[in-house]
Write a protein that binds this ligand. Structure first.
Ligand SMILES: [Zn+2]
Length: 56
């Protein structure tokens, strides 16, 4: 699943969330800091970790 990076303006700390695409659509509207619960967060450039290959 992709990882999204945010920056909490209250904590002044970055944090990451791992959401599926469906979760992203739903949660991006009300994203909260995982530490303090503040909604003053800014999205950072996402460092996508997309796993496309399933080698069996
Ligand atoms: Zn915070």
């Amino acid at each position: 699943m992709p990882t999204y990076e945010f920056f909490c303006q209250k904590c002044s700390k970055p944090f990451e969330v791992t959401w599926s695409i469906a979760e992203y659509e739903r949660k991006i509207k009300a994203v909260k800091c995982t530490k303090c619960g503040s909604r003053k967060v800014a999205k950072r450039i996402s460092a996508f970790q997309v796993q496309t290959s399933k080698k069996s």
